[in-house]
Design a protein around this ligand. Structure first.
Ligand code: ATP
Length: 450
């Protein structure tokens, strides 16, 4: 028996109630914990639990697959988090990576002036200090002496690691524009007002790619990457109605940008950024050329010309994307007269692909269930659970988004078959054990290239 509740029936957002539900589910089920909770945590900092770690890895893989693996024009890199501070001088971060900071004279809270309406959101007082620029980079010292010459910064973005390696990568990999360099990794920003769970944190992970193109082709590659990146979110299960592409107004553009568009998601509090796609022109290569004295150019042998490529940059937040995917996947329905919560996560994004569940903890079932688990683990990320009634175990797997459950029962010992249950339809089919890996692969992969 199956009772379906198609996702489209649900309103795109159900307000902050949904947000609290997700925050709660994330904690209760082991996706995201407040960091160092036993010490009272630390403001807006989170640790990713077992399911969070699995899911982050899946989102990373999905990005990597689309941006690196399925292409022949993009190569990866992993650059240092703490590098030569001259990089941040050339990139403009030392001077311009600032937010306007104001203090409330009544309650002493600090705010970003551009995010409040002239009054303190905490106490309502309009007695605020003048806005002053606050640099968001985390400062540290390299080596044992804490003096000015030892100052360094934690990278606020991964992009610069790709610009400074432009020549190394182009030469060693024998590339010519158009080509891209991609990088995944942590970024650090001393945000004045972090918040909204993992939407804005001080330490987060980014998925960035710098695509170097002949200047005359920049506008069309910008359009191309806007479409590619918007499609990626849909491909991995974010419904179209919760996504939009918003072009920046002239006045919003960063100093380096000749065009920027944000992929936005409909968060419970309204539309907000998931990813920014920018035409950065030759700003970065030019600036690093000037500051370093090394010309970051491409020599076009056909025309005999040296030129500085333009850069199209799609820059996405991994942790923000994970949260958006959780919000988009949350659903409730009624199965056999009982309420259930189900995360309708894309099978590639769900923490586990398959759960192996022996019907009972009886010793007779365990060896066969474990044997099946070992076989499936070679190809899929599996959970194994033998405690509690089977109905409750199904509910748990639904709530963490596991697309398929494999139940080993007493008949399995006789007929060499198991039951495969589908998360979304709750339909159950009997499958011979020998055909299990193939059946599961088919069921999961059928959804991959929708
Ligand atoms: P915002 O306007 O939200 O501060 P931004 O425009 O400064 O973001 P970018 O520099 O374009 O962000 O960073 C690329 C992506 O990194 C963003 O689209 C977002 O998904 C993610 N990101 C940026 N800052 C944070 C943060 N403090 N916490 C979590 N993710 C972030």
């Amino acid at each position: 028996m199956s009772e379906e509740s198609p996702k489209q029936d649900r309103a795109p957002t159900e307000g902050m109630g949904l947000f609290d539900t997700i925050v709660n589910l994330a904690k209760r089920r082991g996706f995201i914990f407040p960091s160092a909770e036993i010490y009272g945590g630390i403001r807006s900092t989170y640790d990713y639990g077992p399911l969070g770690a699995l899911m982050l890895r899946n989102v990373r893989d999905a990005w990597w697959r689309a941006v690196v693996r399925e292409r022949d024009d993009v190569v990866p890199i992993e650059a240092a988090i703490i590098t030569n501070p001259k990089v941040w001088e050339a990139s403009g971060h030392l001077e311009t990576f600032v937010d306007p900071l104001v203090d409330c004279r009544s309650c002493h809270e600090r705010w970003r002036a551009d995010q409040i309406d002239g009054a303190c959101p905490n106490c309502g007082s309009a007695d605020l200090t003048e806005a002053r620029p606050f640099n968001l980079m985390f400062k540290t010292f390299v080596g044992p002496v804490e003096d000015e010459s030892a100052v360094a910064y934690l990278r606020p973005e991964t992009a610069q690691g790709m610009f400074v390696n432009f020549l190394n990568v182009m030469t060693t990999m024998r590339r010519k524009p158009p080509f891209g360099i991609a990088q995944l990794g942590r970024g650090f920003r001393n945000e004045i007002t972090p918040g909204n769970f993992v939407f804005r944190t001080r330490e987060f992970e980014m998925m960035e790619m710098e695509y170097f193109v002949p200047p005359a082709e920049a506008a069309s590659w910008f359009e191309y990457w806007c479409t590619e990146r918007l499609d990626w979110y849909e491909r991995y299960g974010v419904p179209k109605v919760m996504l939009r592409l918003r072009q920046h107004e002239e006045s919003e553009l960063s100093h380096y940008s000749a065009g920027t568009a944000d992929v936005e998601f409909l968060y419970p509090w309204g539309w907000g950024e998931l990813e920014g796609i920018a035409n950065r022109t030759d700003f970065d290569l030019r600036s690093h050329s000037e500051h370093s004295g090394t010309k970051l150019e491409y020599f076009d042998q056909t025309s005999g010309e040296h030129y500085m490529p333009y850069v199209i940059e799609p820059a996405a937040g991994l942790t923000r994307t994970m949260m958006a995917m959780l919000l988009a996947a949350y659903d409730t329905d009624v199965v056999a007269g009982e309420d259930r919560t189900v995360l309708r996560l894309h099978p590639r994004i769900a923490p586990y692909s398959v759960a192996v569940l022996p019907l009972s903890k009886k010793e007779t079932l365990t060896p066969l269930a474990k044997k099946i688990l070992r076989t499936l683990q070679r190809r899929f990320v599996c959970d194994y659970d033998e405690t509690q009634a089977i109905g409750r175990r199904y509910r748990r797997q639904d709530e963490i988004g596991t697309p398929l459950c494999v139940t080993v029962d007493f008949d399995s010992l006789e007929d060499g078959a198991v039951t495969v249950r589908d998360r979304d339809s709750t339909e159950q089919v009997r499958v011979p054990i020998g055909q299990l890996p193939g059946t599961i692969a088919e069921r999961l992969e059928a959804e991959l290239d929708r």
